[in-house]
Design a binder for this molecule. Structure first.
Ligand code: TYD
Length: 213
């Protein structure tokens, strides 16, 4: 594996998606052909099909372990079909969410247990972790407020409508993951001005790129 694998994480409403757009725009002129920008759940047709089942608001009967297994299945396919080939091709892979999302959302949010979800994902990924994970940190209340203010109500998905307690558990789990793996997971205070958040993320990305290019 010779490329660079970077993931982006954060609770809902952290501004991760808009920050990623700005980051990609800044990296494009220098690294254009070398960038692979992708997301989970999704990233290729099979994984996107699984995504639409998971996030369908009509699927209220979905069992939490089913949900965790579907995320892991989407991730496996994404890794096998999208991430690994891109890394073999020396690409810089920028992935919107990866394993830490499952540990935080299913393990802690859904209370299935972080270690059970980590184990399931160990199988799905064969232990492959990003070289750098940028974690956009925001308190649950701030995140939920942002979602309500900015999103079209039709686009608020099934997980967004969970209670504040769920989002608190998600955020706490992220903070614990970051504390446990400070070398891989770098925290950015996402309550700061958007430009500051983007600049901090770019500095982190640039700090690991020269090693691998
Ligand atoms: P996404 O569309 O990336 O939302 P956002 O723009 O907020 O990042 O992800 C959709 C939802 O899927 C989001 O609420 C987090 C959730 N999710 C999990 O619960 N587990 C996972 O493993 C992944 C990848 C996402």
């Amino acid at each position: 594996m010779s490329g660079t694998f970077i993931s982006f994480e954060g609770p809902d409403g952290a501004g991760k998606t808009s920050a990623m757009k700005a980051i990609v725009a800044k990296l494009q002129p220098t690294f254009g052909q070398k960038l692979t920008v992708t997301r989970e759940p999704g990233g290729n047709p099979i994984s996107e099909s699984i995504r639409s089942i998971i996030l369908d608001r009509k699927n209220t009967a979905m069992d939490y372990r089913t949900e965790a297994l579907l995320y892991a299945a989407a991730r496996r396919q994404h890794l096998a079909q999208t991430i690994l080939p891109a890394l073999a091709d020396e690409q810089i892979v920028l992935c919107d969410r990866y394993v830490d999302s499952s540990i935080a959302y299913q393990g802690a949010g859904r209370e299935i247990g972080e270690s059970a979800v980590a184990e399931m994902n160990q199988f799905a990924t064969d232990g492959l972790l990003p070289e750098l994970t940028i974690y956009f940190d925001v308190p649950a209340k701030v995140g939920l407020k942002r979602i309500k203010a900015h999103r079209n109500p039709a686009k608020v998905d099934r997980l967004d409508v969970e209670q504040t307690a769920f989002h608190d558990r998600v955020r706490d789990a992220y903070l614990q993951l970051q504390a446990a793996e400070p070398d891989r997971i770098k925290l950015i205070d996402a309550t700061q001005a958007p430009d500051q958040v983007v600049n901090e993320a770019l500095a982190l990305i640039q700090s690991i790129l020269p090693k691998t290019l």
